[in-house]
Design a binder for this molecule. Structure first.
Ligand SMILES: Cc1cc2nc3c(=O)[nH]c(=O)nc-3n(C[C@H](O)[C@H](O)[C@H](O)COP(=O)(O)OP(=O)(O)OC[C@H]3O[C@@H](n4cnc5c(N)ncnc54)[C@H](O)[C@@H]3O)c2cc1C
Length: 466
């Protein structure tokens, strides 16, 4: 049985019957009360727009790099309500969405990018330690699995010196699934409770004197003499510098909008497994789990013994808007539930307690891009494409480097100096992305063979991912 052929059964519907609509991670008593919105006018040395990981790390790093710096963080709703509070919690060392994607684009700087990525992961662990953040961080590594024959050799070929290739018996000894044919266990990934990481960073920012306003949408940004002015509904901020950390949401800089499309990704969370249920699966090393198809699943255990199961469908909604209504998609939940049952048939009594979706800032090269505007007084980072839990911290240092005007090892990187190919505007974006998704699905159905359209995209260095 293959995932591409699955048809949701009555079991899938039953397993979802009591699943609450909303992220498991945000359904937690540790969720802080949001701060009041900005009222009136204020000044700051640095204003950061966006209260996800990118904005939080930027604010925190700004005060670490320059203690006492006057930083104001402006969040439209509440810190971590968006991707940063609803992701899978995989904290990957890769800054390039994997080795293959990085080496194909920046072969000459992969050694540096690998080192910077590992240092970045270590620095996240160190910060979690230093600020006493209870983010449930575990350095488990990641286990990529082949679920189709043609993926096995590709996985073996990808194995780096620190990775362990697992054949069918060995991979099932780790995590018991009839779907798994081989695995690659790599060490450079940790897992976190995503929302607790963000809330902990918020606390650390506050402790270092960062002012945080929530429920405050930045409507407009312009330059007025030596100041950058950010206008909100309730007032304005005049600052020497600004960082835009708004991810998949429309950028306050129009020209950045062409480089990102909002793509929705969906997730299920099970109830906690009983001891016998857990024993039937194994998973003693608690790795972050993912398969390697174009349309891939990701999965992991939580601290209280649930299984998170997400991915596969990556949905672009015609018009390219970010909307609350897109945060749920019944057909995707049913498909995911059915795929879960195929993966873990021994867990047929296990039901789901939460279901949710979140928006990803897909760019055509699947890794963040950076830039400045308004004479170097404004910097931005976006385009994390579903792998930003760790690389947002790296991005924070890049945008602060860019604002400082000093060349650093980071700002000299081609990866930082170059931009991805832009997406075509609507109404062209919908059919182009539709054709790409259809082609990826076809490739998954035919031993990974890429059709002429995907080969053309490969040639120009563009693509679509989540
Ligand atoms: C379902 C899902 C699973 C994922 N799984 C993983 C994973 O396992 N590992 C991984 O590395 N990555 C994963 N990701 C991606 C990762 O979550 C993101 O890359 C990361 O959280 C991006 O952080 P951010 O701060 O840039 O964006 P966000 O967390 O989206 O924050 C942006 C913030 O900006 C605010 N904002 C936007 N516009 C304005 C404005 N004009 N004024 C004020 N505020 C504004 C928004 O309200 C929002 O809070 C996943 C994403 C999703 C959705």
């Amino acid at each position: 049985m293959r995932y591409v052929d699955a048809v949701p059964s009555a079991w899938a519907a039953r397993s979802l019957a009591d699943a609450a609509p909303g992220p498991f991670w945000l359904d937690d008593p540790a969720r802080p009360e949001p701060h009041p919105p900005l009222a009136g006018s204020t000044t700051a040395d640095l204003v950061v727009v966006g209260g996800g990981y990118t904005g939080l790390w930027t604010a925190l790093r700004a005060t670490e790099r320059e203690p006492g710096r006057d930083v104001l963080l402006v969040e439209g709703r509440s810190v971590a309500w968006a991707a940063s509070g609803r992701n899978g919690g995989f904290v990957a060392a890769s800054l390039t969405q994997g080795e293959a994607n990085g080496s194909s684009r920046f072969p000459d700087e992969m050694d540096v990018l690998r080192r910077l990525g590992r240092d970045n992961l270590d620095a996240i662990e160190a910060a979690v330690d230093r600020y006493g953040i209870d983010a449930e961080l575990e350095r488990t590594g990641a286990l990529d699995v082949a679920t189709e024959e043609h993926q096995v050799e590709a996985l073996r070929a990808e194995a780096g010196p620190d990775d362990r290739f697992l054949d069918t018996t060995a991979v099932r000894d780790e995590i018991d699934s009839p779907m798994f044919l081989a695995g690659l266990w790599s060490p450079d990934t940790a897992l976190v409770h995503p929302a607790k990481l963000a809330w902990g960073l918020r606390r650390a920012c506050l402790d270092r004197g960062v002012r945080v306003v929530e429920g405050t949408v930045a409507r407009d940004l312009h330059r007025d003499g030596r100041h950058v002015v950010v206008r909100t509904d309730g007032g304005e901020v005049r600052a020497r510098q600004a960082v835009l950390a708004t991810n998949a949401f429309p950028s306050l800089l129009r020209r950045v909008r062409h480089f990102v499309v909002p793509v929705y990704d969906y997730v299920l969370m099970t109830r906690p497994l009983s001891a016998p249920e857990r024993a039937s699966v194994g998973w003693a090393h608690r790795q972050g789990l993912g398969d390697v198809a174009n349309q891939f699943h990701y999965s992991r255990l939580t601290a209280d013994g649930r299984i998170l199961w997400g991915g596969y469908d990556a949905v672009y909604h015609p018009g390219g808007r970010v909307r609350r209504a897109y945060e749920h998609r019944e057909q995707t939940y049913l498909r995911l539930a059915e795929h879960f049952r195929m993966t873990f048939p021994q867990l047929e009594d296990v039901t789901f307690t939460h279901r949710w979706g979140g928006v990803i800032d897909t760019c055509s090269r699947f890794m963040p891009f950076f830039g400045t505007a308004h004479g170097g007084a404004v910097a931005y980072a976006a385009g994390f494409t579903g792998l930003g839990v760790a690389s947002t911290r790296f991005a924070a240092d890049v945008v602060l480097d860019l604002l400082s005007g000093e060349a650093t090892e980071r700002t000299r990187l081609e990866m930082v100096r170059s931009m991805p190919l832009p997406f075509p505007p609507e109404p062209l974006a919908t059919p182009v992305i539709g054709l790409t998704r259809w082609s990826l699905d076809r490739a998954d159905r035919s031993q990974g063979r890429r059709n002429a359209w995907l080969r053309l995209l490969d040639t120009v260095g563009a693509g679509f991912d989540s």
